[in-house]
Ligand binder design. Structure first.
Ligand code: GRF
Length: 188
Protein backbone atom coordinates (compact mmCIF):
# COMPACT_ATOMS: atom_id res chain seq x y z
CA UNK A 1 0.00 0.00 0.00
CA UNK A 2 1.26 3.44 -0.94
CA UNK A 3 1.52 5.96 1.85
CA UNK A 4 -0.46 9.10 1.16
CA UNK A 5 -0.90 12.39 3.01
CA UNK A 6 -4.12 14.34 2.47
CA UNK A 7 -3.87 18.16 2.66
CA UNK A 8 -7.00 20.21 3.43
CA UNK A 9 -7.86 23.72 4.60
CA UNK A 10 -11.59 23.61 5.20
CA UNK A 11 -14.58 21.31 5.32
CA UNK A 12 -12.82 18.12 4.29
CA UNK A 13 -15.72 16.22 2.76
CA UNK A 14 -13.51 14.85 -0.03
CA UNK A 15 -10.95 13.79 2.57
CA UNK A 16 -13.67 12.00 4.55
CA UNK A 17 -15.01 10.27 1.45
CA UNK A 18 -11.55 9.01 0.49
CA UNK A 19 -10.68 7.98 4.05
CA UNK A 20 -13.97 6.12 4.46
CA UNK A 21 -13.34 4.17 1.29
CA UNK A 22 -9.86 3.27 2.49
CA UNK A 23 -11.28 2.08 5.80
CA UNK A 24 -14.06 -0.01 4.27
CA UNK A 25 -11.72 -1.54 1.68
CA UNK A 26 -13.19 0.01 -1.47
CA UNK A 27 -9.91 1.88 -1.99
CA UNK A 28 -7.14 -0.56 -1.26
CA UNK A 29 -3.99 0.74 -2.94
CA UNK A 30 -3.31 3.50 -0.41
CA UNK A 31 -2.89 4.09 3.29
CA UNK A 32 -3.50 7.60 4.69
CA UNK A 33 -0.70 8.45 7.13
CA UNK A 34 -2.30 11.69 8.30
CA UNK A 35 -4.43 14.70 7.46
CA UNK A 36 -2.33 17.85 7.07
CA UNK A 37 -4.16 21.15 7.71
CA UNK A 38 -3.06 24.77 7.61
CA UNK A 39 -5.94 26.11 9.77
CA UNK A 40 -6.63 25.07 13.33
CA UNK A 41 -10.39 25.56 12.85
CA UNK A 42 -10.71 23.44 9.70
CA UNK A 43 -13.77 21.17 10.02
CA UNK A 44 -11.66 18.48 8.34
CA UNK A 45 -9.91 18.02 11.71
CA UNK A 46 -13.16 16.80 13.32
CA UNK A 47 -13.75 14.39 10.45
CA UNK A 48 -10.22 12.97 10.89
CA UNK A 49 -10.74 12.52 14.63
CA UNK A 50 -13.95 10.59 14.00
CA UNK A 51 -12.08 8.35 11.58
CA UNK A 52 -9.12 7.95 13.95
CA UNK A 53 -6.71 9.46 11.46
CA UNK A 54 -3.78 11.51 12.84
CA UNK A 55 -3.82 15.24 12.13
CA UNK A 56 -0.90 17.63 11.66
CA UNK A 57 -1.91 21.22 12.19
CA UNK A 58 0.87 23.41 10.79
CA UNK A 59 0.12 27.12 10.76
CA UNK A 60 1.96 29.08 8.06
CA UNK A 61 1.79 32.29 10.09
CA UNK A 62 4.03 30.77 12.75
CA UNK A 63 6.91 30.52 10.26
CA UNK A 64 9.10 33.29 8.85
CA UNK A 65 8.57 32.26 5.25
CA UNK A 66 6.69 29.88 2.99
CA UNK A 67 9.95 27.99 2.54
CA UNK A 68 10.28 27.37 6.28
CA UNK A 69 6.62 26.33 6.51
CA UNK A 70 7.07 23.82 3.72
CA UNK A 71 10.34 22.55 5.22
CA UNK A 72 8.35 21.64 8.31
CA UNK A 73 5.78 19.83 6.14
CA UNK A 74 8.61 18.00 4.37
CA UNK A 75 10.04 16.91 7.71
CA UNK A 76 6.68 15.43 8.75
CA UNK A 77 6.17 13.81 5.36
CA UNK A 78 9.61 12.24 5.52
CA UNK A 79 9.05 10.95 9.06
CA UNK A 80 5.90 9.21 7.82
CA UNK A 81 7.51 7.93 4.59
CA UNK A 82 4.79 9.64 2.58
CA UNK A 83 5.04 8.84 -1.13
CA UNK A 84 2.14 10.81 -2.60
CA UNK A 85 0.20 13.94 -1.58
CA UNK A 86 -3.53 14.33 -2.25
CA UNK A 87 -4.84 17.90 -2.06
CA UNK A 88 -8.50 18.08 -1.06
CA UNK A 89 -9.55 21.69 -0.66
CA UNK A 90 -6.04 22.86 0.31
CA UNK A 91 -6.12 26.58 -0.39
CA UNK A 92 -2.43 27.26 -1.03
CA UNK A 93 -0.06 27.06 -3.93
CA UNK A 94 2.60 24.39 -3.48
CA UNK A 95 6.13 25.81 -3.35
CA UNK A 96 9.30 24.70 -5.11
CA UNK A 97 10.69 22.46 -2.35
CA UNK A 98 7.55 20.36 -2.02
CA UNK A 99 7.13 20.20 -5.79
CA UNK A 100 10.71 19.01 -6.23
CA UNK A 101 10.36 16.37 -3.53
CA UNK A 102 7.03 15.08 -4.94
CA UNK A 103 7.37 15.60 -8.68
CA UNK A 104 4.24 14.21 -10.42
CA UNK A 105 3.18 12.76 -7.09
CA UNK A 106 0.80 15.52 -5.96
CA UNK A 107 -2.84 15.39 -7.05
CA UNK A 108 -5.53 18.06 -6.80
CA UNK A 109 -9.25 18.19 -7.49
CA UNK A 110 -10.84 21.37 -8.77
CA UNK A 111 -14.61 21.94 -9.12
CA UNK A 112 -14.69 23.02 -12.78
CA UNK A 113 -13.83 21.67 -16.19
CA UNK A 114 -10.28 23.00 -16.34
CA UNK A 115 -8.80 24.93 -18.05
CA UNK A 116 -12.03 26.87 -17.49
CA UNK A 117 -12.63 28.66 -14.18
CA UNK A 118 -9.35 28.30 -12.34
CA UNK A 119 -8.89 29.72 -8.87
CA UNK A 120 -11.41 30.60 -6.21
CA UNK A 121 -15.19 30.22 -6.50
CA UNK A 122 -14.98 28.10 -9.63
CA UNK A 123 -18.55 26.91 -9.04
CA UNK A 124 -19.78 30.50 -8.85
CA UNK A 125 -17.88 31.36 -12.01
CA UNK A 126 -19.54 28.49 -13.88
CA UNK A 127 -22.95 29.28 -12.37
CA UNK A 128 -22.77 32.88 -13.54
CA UNK A 129 -21.36 32.01 -16.96
CA UNK A 130 -24.48 30.78 -18.72
CA UNK A 131 -22.70 27.49 -19.52
CA UNK A 132 -24.95 24.45 -19.73
CA UNK A 133 -22.38 22.01 -18.38
CA UNK A 134 -19.65 22.06 -15.78
CA UNK A 135 -17.91 19.46 -13.67
CA UNK A 136 -14.74 18.61 -11.84
CA UNK A 137 -11.13 17.88 -12.75
CA UNK A 138 -8.35 15.86 -11.14
CA UNK A 139 -4.90 17.03 -12.19
CA UNK A 140 -1.24 16.85 -11.28
CA UNK A 141 -0.06 19.85 -9.29
CA UNK A 142 2.53 22.25 -10.64
CA UNK A 143 3.57 25.73 -9.50
CA UNK A 144 0.53 27.46 -11.01
CA UNK A 145 -3.01 27.73 -9.73
CA UNK A 146 -4.99 24.78 -11.12
CA UNK A 147 -2.69 24.60 -14.15
CA UNK A 148 -1.11 21.13 -13.89
CA UNK A 149 -1.63 18.32 -16.38
CA UNK A 150 -5.23 17.12 -16.44
CA UNK A 151 -5.75 13.46 -15.54
CA UNK A 152 -9.53 13.01 -15.68
CA UNK A 153 -12.76 15.00 -15.61
CA UNK A 154 -16.44 14.31 -14.87
CA UNK A 155 -19.20 16.53 -16.07
CA UNK A 156 -22.74 17.45 -15.10
CA UNK A 157 -25.52 19.70 -16.35
CA UNK A 158 -26.26 23.17 -15.10
CA UNK A 159 -30.05 23.53 -15.14
CA UNK A 160 -31.67 26.94 -15.71
CA UNK A 161 -33.44 26.85 -12.35
CA UNK A 162 -30.45 25.60 -10.34
CA UNK A 163 -29.42 27.41 -7.21
CA UNK A 164 -25.68 27.69 -6.70
CA UNK A 165 -26.04 25.31 -3.73
CA UNK A 166 -27.74 22.68 -5.90
CA UNK A 167 -24.95 22.95 -8.45
CA UNK A 168 -22.32 22.69 -5.73
CA UNK A 169 -23.99 19.58 -4.38
CA UNK A 170 -24.08 17.99 -7.84
CA UNK A 171 -20.37 18.70 -8.35
CA UNK A 172 -19.45 17.37 -4.90
CA UNK A 173 -21.16 14.09 -5.72
CA UNK A 174 -19.15 13.85 -8.95
CA UNK A 175 -16.00 14.49 -6.90
CA UNK A 176 -16.81 11.72 -4.44
CA UNK A 177 -16.73 9.23 -7.35
CA UNK A 178 -13.97 10.75 -9.50
CA UNK A 179 -11.25 11.36 -6.92
CA UNK A 180 -11.17 7.83 -5.46
CA UNK A 181 -11.28 6.41 -8.99
CA UNK A 182 -8.25 8.45 -10.10
CA UNK A 183 -6.40 7.69 -6.85
CA UNK A 184 -6.99 3.96 -7.47
CA UNK A 185 -5.74 4.20 -11.05
CA UNK A 186 -2.78 6.58 -10.68
CA UNK A 187 -1.17 6.06 -7.30
CA UNK A 188 1.39 3.25 -7.26
C1 GRF B 1 -13.78 20.73 -3.57
O1 GRF B 1 -14.88 21.16 -4.30
C2 GRF B 1 -12.55 20.69 -4.41
O2 GRF B 1 -12.82 20.54 -5.76
C3 GRF B 1 -11.92 22.03 -4.17
O3 GRF B 1 -12.21 22.36 -2.86
C4 GRF B 1 -13.42 21.72 -2.47
C5 GRF B 1 -13.15 21.06 -1.16
O4 GRF B 1 -14.33 20.62 -0.56
N1 GRF B 1 -10.50 22.01 -4.44
P1 GRF B 1 -14.27 19.69 0.72
O5 GRF B 1 -13.45 20.46 1.77
O6 GRF B 1 -13.62 18.42 0.34
O7 GRF B 1 -15.69 19.53 1.16
Amino acid sequence: MTKVAVFASGSGSNFENIAQRVQDGRLNNIEITALYVDHDDAYAIQRAEKLDIPVHITLPKTFNSKKEYEQQLLKLLKEEDVEWIVLAGYMRLIGADLLDAYERRILNIHPALLPKYKGIDAIGQAYESGDKVTGTTVHFVDSGMDTGEIIEQSQCDIYPDDTKEQLEDRIKHLEYELYPKVIANIIR
